[in-house]
Design a protein around this ligand. Structure first.
Ligand SMILES: Cc1ncc(COP(=O)(O)O)c(C=O)c1O
Length: 459
C-alpha cells in the first residue's frame, strides 16, 4: 500500500486498525501494511476507498461469482424487501421464497433429494448435518455411532463441530478437534503419492487406509464421512482418478452416510452444477452455501435424501421436533436473491460461460508448471492453484522465513490483482462471469508478479 494511513487518523485504514478484529488475518503484519478497504465493485473488479482497482481473482471468498454490481440480484433483494422484508422458518411458519428455493434446490440436486433446510453459512450447514446424523443414530438406537471421519487438509468451517472436521493444524489453537473426529488421508497425488504410484493406485491406497481406519474404530461407531469434491481451502486439490468411486464402495460396505460439502464446488465452480456430477458422487446429505446467493446474502443449505429425511422424522418422534434452527435462516430476502442467482447461473448462460472459458483458464494456469519454483499447477473448472517449491526435484517447500506465497499475494495486490496464498500455493478462483480477455489479464498480472517476487528472492 502506497498510502500512509498512519498520517491520517481519520482514514478508513487507521479507523480499522483501532476498532476491527480481523479473522484469518496475520495480525502482526496488518499494522505494517494496513487493511484493504473496499468501497465498490464493477463487474469482476473491486475498487478500494482510494480508487485503486483490483481484479478479484478469488471471487471474494469463492462466492461472489456474478460480479460486484449485478443489477438483477440487487433488484431481487429490493423487490423482496418491499414485499415482505423478513421472516423465519421455525414452528411450521415460513415465507414463500423459502419454499420456492427448497423446491428449486431439490429440482437441481445431483441425486434425488427429499428436503432442504436453511442456515446462514457453510459452517452452520455442515454443523447441522453432523447434528442430524447424531440425532438419527441416537434416535434409532445406536447412540455409539458418533464418530465423524474427515480428511487431513479438509476445510469444513469454524464452529466447534466443523473446526473439528477441518484437517488443519490451526484448529489446535482452540484445543480442537473434539473427541470423535477422525482424519483419513488427504488425496493429493502430487504431494503424497509414492514414486511411480499412479493416481489409481494412490486412490486405492487412500481408500484401503480409510477401510482400515473404519475397521479399527469399528464400523458401528462411525456416524458419517464428510468430503469436499475438490478440497478448496486445502489448496485446490481435485481428487485423483477413481478416488470417490472407491470411497463410496467402502462407505456403502459399512453403511456409513456420506456428507458432501459442496460449499465451494456447488453451482458451477467445477464446470458442472455440482462437484458431485464432475466426480460421480452420490451424497446422502448435500451441503451448499457460498455461490447460492453469489455472495449477496449469507446463506447455507442442507439437502437430505429421502432415507435420511425418514430416519430424521422417526428420530424426532421422541422430542416431537428437530430441535435445531437459526433465527435468520430461510430469510425471504436471501431466498429471493438465491432464486435469482440460480436462475442467472443456470438459465442465463453463466454456467455456459464457465464451460467455455475454463479450458483457457486451465491452459494459462498450466503454463506456469514450467517455472523453476512451481512444483504443480492444478485445477478444474474455474479453480486453480500453483504450488510453490524451493527445489522442484525434491518438491521441498520454502522455509517459514521465506513466505513466498504471502509475498506473491501482497505484490499481486499492489499490481491490482487479488489472489490468495494457501500454505505454499497461490489460489485463483475467479467469478463465473470472467471473460477470456480478463483471464489473460489475470494471468499476465500473476506472471509479472511472480517474476518480480522471484527476482528479489533469488537476489
Ligand atoms: C468447503 C467449505 N465448507 C465450509 C465452509 C465454511 O463456510 P462459512 O465460511 O460460510 O461458514 C467453507 C468456507 O470457506 C468451505 O470452503
Amino acid at each position: 500500500m502506497n498510502f500512509d494511513f498512519n498520517a491520517d487518523s481519520a482514514s478508513w485504514e487507521a479507523r480499522d486498525l483501532k476498532s476491527v478484529l480481523h479473522g484469518f488475518t496475520h495480525l502482526g503484519t496488518l499494522h505494517e501494511k494496513g487493511p484493504s478497504v473496499m468501497a465498490r465493485g464493477e463487474g469482476i473488479y473491486v475498487i478500494d476507498s482510494h480508487g485503486k482497482r483490483y481484479l478479484e481473482a478469488n471471487s471474494g471468498l469463492w462466492n461472489m461469482v456474478l460480479g460486484f454490481d449485478h443489477p438483477s440480484l440487487i433488484e431481487a433483494a429490493c423487490d423482496q424487501y418491499r414485499k415482505f422484508p423478513t421472516y423465519h422458518a421455525f414452528f411450521g411458519r415460513i415465507s414463500e421464497p423459502a419454499i420456492a428455493l427448497s423446491e428449486k434446490l431439490i429440482e437441481i440436486a445431483p441425486v434425488p433429494m427429499s428436503k432442504a433446510f436453511f442456515t446462514n453459512s457453510g459452517s452452520e450447514a455442515n454443523d447441522t448435518a453432523v447434528k442430524m446424523l447424531w440425532m438419527i443414530h441416537r434416535g434409532l438406537g445406536n447412540p455409539q455411532r458418533r464418530k465423524i471421519i474427515s480428511r487431513v487438509n479438509a476445510y469444513h468451517g469454524v464452529t466447534g463441530i466443523t473446526a473439528s472436521m477441518t484437517g488443519k493444524d490451526y484448529v489446535g489453537a482452540f484445543g480442537l478437534p473434539l473427541d470423535d473426529f477422525l482424519f483419513t488421508d488427504c488425496p493429493h497425488h502430487w504431494r503424497f503419492a509414492n514414486d511411480d504410484e499412479s493416481e489409481l493406485e494412490f486412490s486405492g491406497r487412500c481408500v484401503e487406509n480409510l477401510d482400515a481406519l473404519i475397521e479399527a474404530e469399528r464400523p458401528d461407531t462411525i456416524a458419517g464421512f464428510i468430503a469436499e469434491p475438490v478440497m478448496g481451502a486445502g489448496g485446490v486439490i481435485p481428487p485423483p482418478k477413481g478416488y470417490f468411486e472407491a470411497i463410496q464402495n467402502v462407505l456403502r460396505k459399512h453403511d456409513i452416510p456420506l456428507i458432501v460439502d459442496e460449499v465451494i464446488c456447488g453451482f458451477g465452480r467445477t464446470g458442472r452444477v455440482w462437484g458431485c456430477q464432475t466426480y460421480n458422487i452420490e451424497p446422502d446429505i448435500l451441503i451448499a452455501s457460498k455461490c447460492i446467493t453469489a455472495g449477496y446474502f449469507p446463506m447455507g443449505a442442507i439437502m437430505i435424501s429421502e432415507s435420511i429425511a425418514d430416519k430424521l422424522n422417526q428420530a424426532s418422534e421422541a422430542y416431537e421436533e428437530f430441535p435445531h434452527g437459526f433465527t435468520t435462516a430461510g430469510h425471504p430476502v436471501g431466498c429471493s436473491i438465491a432464486l435469482k442467482a440460480i436462475e442467472i447461473i443456470l438459465e442465463q448462460g453463466v454456467l455456459d460461460n464457465v464451460v467455455d472459458v475454463a479450458p483457457h483458464f486451465l491452459h494459462r494456469l498450466e503454463e506456469f508448471a514450467s517455472h523453476l519454483h512451481i512444483g504443480e499447477a492444478r485445477g478444474v473448472g474455474l479453480m486453480g492453484a500453483l504450488e510453490l517449491v524451493k527445489d522442484k526435484q525434491l518438491k521441498s517447500p520454502f522455509p517459514p522465513e521465506q513466505p513466498v506465497a504471502e509475498q506473491i499475494a501482497n505484490v499481486a495486490s499492489d499490481n491490482g490483482l487479488i489472489c490468495r496464498p494457501v500454505g505454499q500455493s497461490i489460489v485463483v478462483a475467479p467469478p463465473f462471469v470472467i471473460t477470456r480477455d480478463q483471464i489473460d489479464e489475470l494471468f499476465n498480472k500473476l506472471q509479472f508478479t511472480i517474476d518480480q517476487v522471484f527476482d528479489s528472492v533469488e537476489d
